[in-house]
Design a protein. Structure first.
Length: 227
């Protein structure tokens, strides 16, 4: 990180559990009165059936619920910013009102093919909810593309082998995947809530206009986390 290394601090966190989210949130609040931008980039990729300490599937707990939870806990500091920004990185899932959320939040047994889309789409609902309830806050969802990371490390060997072979063709560099996220946090010339679907094109964006289940999802998220 060069000369910026002295300006950065790092906090280890387990975003798969409620307590794991509360701990880093409190540490951030203890050190910072103001948070200008919150970027949710952490994600897991697993199709296996497993449960966290809170009885939730980790794909749901990390890729959506921890984002709602952490944002809610950091709202006092975000409200101190002139134009607070919250950005959630997801797979390519455009905003849509026609998704089935009846299996939330148990998702038992977990069915990756059926459950992946509604979990990712819950981020859109969260962005819509934030902009409706927090005046001046800008919230967005950004498709990170196929970032070249180690996200497949716990998946079956054939998926890891396939990713290794096809990686040069399918995967984007971290810099490409981060492009729209960086622009969204640094620029104030966009209205909210928005979805960026193409990692390479900041000018291409889709308004997030969701109404049918947003409040129910937020009520469920509040019940689960207490936040």
């Amino acid at each position: 990180m060069g000369t910026d290394a002295d300006r950065a601090s790092f906090l280890a966190a387990d975003l798969s559990t409620h307590d794991g989210v509360r701990d880093p949130a409190q540490r951030v609040l203890d050190e910072h009165d103001r948070v200008d931008a919150l970027v949710h980039s952490t994600g897991v990729f697993t199709s296996q059936e497993s449960r966290t300490a809170d009885g939730l599937h980790p794909f749901f707990a990390v890729n959506y619920l921890s984002r709602y939870h952490l944002t809610q806990l950091l709202l006092p500091a975000l409200r101190q910013a002139g134009r607070p920004v919250v950005v959630m990185m997801t797979a390519a899932v455009p905003p849509s009102d026609d998704t089935d959320f009846t299996r939330f939040p148990e998702l038992a047994p977990f069915d990756f093919g059926h459950d992946r889309k509604p979990i990712q789409l819950a981020n859109h609902h969260c962005a819509a909810h934030l902009t409706r309830t927090e005046p001046g806050l800008a919230a967005a969802v950004v498709n990170a593309g196929a970032a070249k990371t180690d996200i497949l490390r716990i998946d079956p060997w054939y998926m890891r082998a396939g990713a290794k072979v096809l990686g040069p063709v399918l995967f984007d560099s971290v810099e490409t995947s981060a492009h729209n996220v960086v622009d969204a946090t640094r620029r104030d010339d966009w209205q909210t809530p928005l979805y960026w679907g193409n990692p390479r094109r900041f000018e291409q964006r889709t308004p997030i206009a969701l109404n049918t289940t947003t409040q129910r999802l937020m009520d469920t998220s509040h019940t689960l986390t207490g936040a």
